[in-house]
Design a protein around this ligand. Structure first.
Ligand SMILES: C[S@@+](CC[C@H](N)C(=O)[O-])C[C@H]1O[C@@H](n2cnc3c(N)ncnc32)[C@H](O)[C@@H]1O
Length: 336
């Protein structure tokens, strides 16, 4: 059992950084490009936005006036972090999927440290260098914190969680769940549920259905940061797989799809294009106007969230909203 209070150690002694090998088919950029650009309609998974450059661009997005989810979720966490942490029985450990900069997580870390003196935090993120930097920043600011950082895809990270005898608060914030189709989200929650004990709790942050202009503006900012973020996936294919995408030949398109209550992000060929991906020995053709779908961002209602959680094996214990009712943070308990 980890003692509840101890003398603060050096930052490097309090960090364990683990690069977890990719463990399932389609998990590498090369495999995703081969499958996604070889199919019709063309797609690329959103996780490949995130290298150092993509993570930095996402952080800029969170500061844009149009991007409401981060501010709303932070407002909720600032008001409720103590209550959230207290809802886990006894001193806990915090696990976070898709941790990013960890800025919002600080509210939970501070609440847990205030309650129990020390804390083990396990962030899981595919953007390895960024994860290392954010872990270092947290360790510098919180001498009583220990971090086991897993540079991993979500499912690989889940399989590599270090054992603990403390209950876990497992967090999945930033509306990351919305990047999955409903059935994929329920399946992912089911995998998380299978790794959880009866005293563990899941904290989900989801962006809610709201007026479509507000949602649309968040993915179509005037400064063009989201466009740069979207195109980073093509830039990565150029950098890492020796492709010759002309980024100017593709446009950012992020429509709101009303029947599905979601934003879809696409890159649309402005003219006919032929792209060589050297590392794959493949050439891909794009018609003028043809799109590559790069992300979905599902907006939830409380009903659709409840249904997705239930299929994934969770019951919702408590929900917090921001003042505008645009975002929800839900505390979920595993059900049998
Ligand atoms: C939308 S950002 C949210 C970051 C942070 N949670 C927040 O709320 O600001 C998504 C984060 O999850 C990570 N990510 C996305 N897909 C992932 C996957 N399949 N496996 C692991 N990490 C992933 C990205 O690197 C990024 O840091």
């Amino acid at each position: 059992m980890v003692p509840l209070t101890r003398a603060p150690g050096r930052e490097s002694d309090r960090l364990r950084f683990v690069e977890v090998p990719r463990g399932h088919p389609g998990a590498t950029l090369a495999e995703a490009v081969r499958t996604g650009l070889g199919s019709s309609p063309k797609t690329l998974p959103s996780l490949f936005f995130y290298d150092d450059e993509g993570s930095a661009l996402f952080d800029l997005i969170t500061q844009l006036p149009e991007y409401t989810p981060t501010r709303c979720e932070l407002e909720i966490l600032q008001a409720s972090a103590n209550e959230i942490v207290r809802s886990v029985h006894g001193p806990c450990e915090i696990v976070e999927f898709g941790s990013g900069s960890g800025v919002k997580t600080r509210t939970l870390i501070e609440a847990a440290l205030g309650r129990q003196g020390s804390l083990q935090y396990v962030p899981i993120d595919v953007s390895g260098d960024y994860l290392r930097a954010s872990a270092a920043a947290l360790l510098a600011d919180y001498p009583e914190l220990e971090v086991t950082a897993l540079a991993a895809e979500y499912r690989d990270g889940l399989a590599a969680l270090p054992p603990t005898d403390r209950p876990r608060l497992v967090t999945f914030m930033g509306s990351n769940l919305g990047n999955m189709e409903f059935c994929e989200a329920a399946q992912f929650l089911g995998d998380v549920r299978a790794a959880m004990g009866p005293h563990d709790r899941l904290l989900l942050g989801v962006d809610l259905v709201k007026d479509t202009d507000t949602v649309w503006a968040a993915y179509n900012d005037r400064a063009g940061v989201t466009e740069r973020f979207n195109k980073n996936v093509l830039a990565r294919v150029n950098r890492e797989l020796g492709a010759d995408f002309d980024l100017e030949a593709f446009g950012h398109w992020a429509p709101y799809v009303p029947g599905k209550d979601r934003i879809e992000m696409h890159l649309v060929a402005r003219r006919e294009a032929v792209v060589r991906v050297e590392a794959l020995g493949e050439t891909y053709r794009f018609e003028a106007g043809e799109s590559v779908r790069t992300e979905i961002s599902q907006k939830y209602t409380l009903e659709s969230l409840q249904a997705t959680c239930l299929v994934g094996g969770f019951g919702i214990e408590r929900v917090w909203h921001d003042r505008q009712g645009w975002f929800a943070v839900a505390l979920c308990r595993p059900v049998a």
